[in-house]
Design a protein around this ligand. Sequence first.
Ligand SMILES: [Cu+2]
Length: 119
Amino acid sequence: MRPALFALALPLSLAVVGAEASAHARLVRSTPAANATVASPKVITLTFSERLTPAFSRFDLGTRDGRKIKVRTAASKDRKSLIGAPQRRLTPGAYTITWHAASADDGHRMDGTVPFTVR
Ligand SMILES: [Cu+2]
């Protein structure tokens, strides 16, 4: 590639990468926070960097050894958060929130986990 063309192409490709990254729904905040030790949470809230498509966005809750805790999740009014209440009090131990989030902007699906401990 000629130097002049390369000089043009580089900022363009960086711009595309930047747009992609900002269009993905990244987890920005959670309650409980990752790795926190808390009392049994009545409500779990995950807040994302982007508006979500509620039909494809939810989270599960399980013990660290794989037992599922029932939790019904819903999107907040601004569609940037997922909120759910565990259907029973959590006994002391290690838990993992496993989330799935689809960006309303580009439909890209992301997922991740948030570990926490109940004292
Ligand atoms: Cu994306």
